[in-house]
Structures are given as structure tokens and as C-alpha cells.
Write a protein that binds this ligand. Structure first.
Ligand code: ADP
Ligand code: MG
Length: 176
């Protein structure tokens, strides 16, 4: 499956997973064959194109009849994740793996990586450059927002290396 080989690493990791949903970790690390795969290139600093992949993923989920509340969560999380690749990385790819009960979104970029993932997860922490701030980004709320809007989340990264972010959104939330 495209991109799945890149997920395993010995780099620092951040997980936000519900232990009750025991297979989320293995689902992220070794995704089963999806019903549908989409993939998009994300260009560094291309703010004109930023958000296009997220919009396309959202429209695809909408066509598949995904609940509007879930759709909104997916759109927010995808958008924040895409903007991060545009604003902070040298460019990368977004993969959307769609299943009948969930979507797994994975972003793999070309570096430069995150120095301290726990710090990056803190609301308000940002290393956004001037251009990103001029474009209205850099509030340091992207990663916390992704965490809030998904059901399982994984990041692995270190400085000088690439960043991999993956998250799952269930079409029927586990808690309902
Ligand atoms: N793909 C990435 N590559 C490198 N650094 C990243 C990436 N995504 C996030 N970061 C780091 O994590 C920080 C926090 O991200 P986020 O919460 O989205 O806030 P913001 O994008 O507003 O800075 C960023 O400022 C950046 O330092
Ligand atoms: Mg961000």
C-alpha cells in the first residue's frame, strides 16, 4: 500500500489512542487494504494550493454519505495537517485510506522534522515563519486541533528527519 512502509521507525513517537479501541495502533502501523486510496502531493510554502487535498478528501467522504459532524472533524484535522506540511516542511504527501467504518489519513513529508513532539503538541507552541503568520497561520493550535478531532493519532519525527502523522476518524464515533 502506498506509503505504509514509511510508518515504522525508531524515532520519537507521540500516540493519542484509546486503549479500549485496542487495534488502533496496529491499524495505523499496518493498515489493512482499504476500499479506496487517494494520495496528493503537498508543496512547501504553496499557500495558493494549500487545503486542496483536504477539500478533495472531504468531498469524497461527503459523496460516500459520511455524517456531517464526522465530515467536519475530518475536514478540520486534514486541513490542519495539510497546512503543517505546507508551512513547516519541505513538502510531502497525504494519503487517505477509506474503509467502510473509518478513514485513515497519513501525511509523510521530506523533513526537516520536529525537535520535540511533546512540545509541538502544546497549544500555542509554534515555530511558524513570517510568511506563515502573514497567511494567518502560526497560532500553534493545529496539532492540538487534530488531536481533538480524531479518534486515534500518531506522530513520529525528529530533527533532521521527516515527519509522519497518521490519524483515524471513525464514521460512527466509538463513544456513541
Ligand atoms: N510537518 C511538520 N514538519 C515540521 N514541523 C512541524 C510539522 N508539523 C508541525 N510542526 C511543528 O509543530 C509546531 C506546532 O504545530 P501546530 O500545532 O500545527 O501549530 P502551527 O502550525 O500554528 O505552528 C509547528 O510550529 C512546528 O514547529
Ligand atoms: Mg499548524
Amino acid at each position: 500500500m502506498p506509503g505504509s512502509e514509511a510508518v515504522k521507525s525508531n524515532k520519537p513517537e507521540f500516540w493519542d489512542i484509546d486503549q479500549d479501541v485496542d487495534d488502533n495502533k496496529s491499524f495505523i502501523l499496518k493498515p489493512p487494504e482499504p476500499e479506496l486510496v487517494m494520495d496528493y502531493e503537498v508543496e512547501a510554502r504553496n499557500y495558493a494550493k494549500a487545503g486542496k487535498a483536504s477539500t478533495d478528501i472531504k468531498l469524497t467522504l461527503k459523496k460516500l454519505g459520511v455524517d456531517p459532524v464526522i465530515l467536519r472533524k475530518a475536514a478540520i484535522a486534514c486541513y490542519e495537517a495539510e497546512i503543517n506540511v505546507v508551512a513547516h516542511s519541505k513538502g510531502g504527501k497525504i494519503f487517505a485510506y477509506i474503509y467502510d467504518d473509518r478513514v485513515l489519513i497519513k501525511l509523510v513529508d521530506d523533513g526537516p522534522g520536529i525537535k520535540n513532539i511533546d512540545q509541538a503538541m502544546l497549544p500555542g507552541f509554534s515555530t511558524a515563519d513570517e510568511l506563515a503568520r502573514e497567511m494567518g497561520f502560526g497560532a500553534g493550535l493545529g496539532l492540538p486541533n487534530i488531536k481533538k478531532n480524531c479518534d486515534a493519532m500518531y506522530i513520529t519525527s525528529s530533527l533532521g528527519s521527516n515527519t509522519i502523522l497518521a490519524f483515524i476518524i471513525f464514521f460512527t464515533p466509538p463513544e456513541s
